[in-house]
Design a protein around this ligand. Sequence first.
Ligand code: CDP
Length: 206
Amino acid sequence: MIIAIDGPAAAGKGTLAKRLAAALGLPYLDTGILYRATAKRVLEAGSDPADVSAALRAVQGLGEADLRRGDLRDAATSKAASQVASIAEVRQALLHFQRHFGGRNGAVLDGRDIGTIIFPHADVKLFVTASVEARAARRHKEFQDRGESVTLDDVIADVQARDEADRTRAAAPLMMAMDATLIDTTEMDADEAFAQALRLVQAKTR
Ligand code: CDP
């Protein structure tokens, strides 16, 4: 079984995907990590994340250790991740890994193009979103919990800029698949979002 979870920045896709994967006994892949780790390699090489050949070198050299790093969620890496993610060659280089991951034993994957490009025939497609204020407030709390000082206004601006870039790029833009189900978590906590998603999965796969 393949469960595709897409949506804009900080919508709570990761939390939901992890809980669904645990409940269903499926492997979980946070595909954002692939773009974040690629971006980190570009930044650490002192290159520009918009430079196609630098981004390609970074993605081609990506290894397990890059994906396990604990420092991929800061604002600079998030922005650079969105930049490298707009490069079609980078997305192409990551396509096989994602399909292979899901193809072995099924999986829950979260990202931007899972239901549209990576697994267009996924068994269940969810598009998880929330108001920009709700998403930024949650992301701001994550930063605070990690001891990183960022203002809420900066987080709102970052989230909006990244969503705009992700929605308007030519390569695999962020969009809801025609056959996806929308979950708006603006007024929901993580437990409610999980309960709703699980009901949907059970109804679709019964
Ligand atoms: O956690 P958050 O929603 O903020 O971001 P993420 O899922 O870790 O993704 C970081 C960036 O990677 C996004 O802004 C996208 O530009 C890109 N991305 C993508 O293009 N396609 C994916 N399947 C996953 C992430």
